[in-house]
Design a protein around this ligand. Structure first.
Ligand SMILES: Nc1nc2c(ncn2[C@@H]2O[C@H](COP(=O)(O)OP(=O)(O)O)[C@@H](O)[C@H]2O)c(=O)[nH]1
Ligand SMILES: [Mg+2]
Length: 200
């Protein structure tokens, strides 16, 4: 391995960003992760089955190692979500834009998390991903309305949130999402490895 390669690899290791991917079951979390892996790690796209427990993937992006923690969203698994909160840089909250009947449930779950922000850490950034935009007619208008509704609903929590829209099947919106994920503060890799060991 040439010196340049070693230096490049070391640089990548220096910046690590831990992103917790949460949201209700069927919102598209694993599909988002799958698209990211296919593009930035050249992995074949998989057939997605409901996530039982959690999966951790590390993806190189813009001089960062982005750790994506894909956590199962079924109601039986939600009481365990906070086991993963420690040292999270970004909480990516995935919502199914087309599932109007589950919107309220999703917002309530997010509110519960935000009310316990001491567990998540006050430096953790919150990104809400309005996924499955391809399934709604007039997606841009719908996501705009949803965005302002969300801001109003989460106002009481007094937490700044960033909203993005995506189609995880085609990857639309996901490259800018990745850029946004690494845009925040990231910390040293060593700290994170000890956390993974203690949880797994
Ligand atoms: N049309 C459409 N379907 C999606 C999108 N994202 C995910 N899906 C589908 O939604 C279903 C649930 O996705 P999955 O990633 O397993 O959701 P998870 O339970 O949140 O991990 C799967 O059938 C996916 O193919 C999207 O952006 N558009
Ligand atoms: Mg899943």
């Amino acid at each position: 391995m040439g010196l340049l390669t070693i230096i490049k690899k070391q640089k990548l290791k220096d910046k690590e960003c831990r992103c917790l991917v949460l949201g209700l079951d069927n919102s598209g979390k694993s599909t988002v992760v799958d698209w990211v892996l296919s593009v930035y790690k050249n992995q074949d796209r998989r057939t997605i089955t409901p996530t039982v427990g959690f999966q951790i993937h590390t993806v190189p992006f813009a001089n960062h190692n982005v750790q994506l923690w894909d956590i199962g969203g079924q109601s039986t698994l939600r009481p365990y979500w906070d086991n993963y909160f420690d040292k999270t840089d970004v909480l990516l909250w995935v919502m199914d834009t087309a599932a109007a009947s589950r919107m309220d449930e999703s917002v309530q779950e997010l509110k519960t998390i935000l009310r316990n922000r001491d567990r998540l850490g006050y430096n953790c950034r919150i990104i809400v991903l309005l996924n499955k935009k391809d399934l709604v007619e007039g997606a841009d208008k719908v996501t705009q309305t949803l965005q302002s509704d969300l801001e109003r609903l989460l106002q009481l929590e007094n937490v700044p949130i960033e909203t993005r829209a995506s189609n995880a099947l085609t990857g639309e919106g996901l490259e800018t999402l990745m850029a946004s994920i690494v845009g925040g503060k990231c910390v040293d890799r060593g700290v994170r490895e000890s956390t993974i060991k203690s949880i797994s």
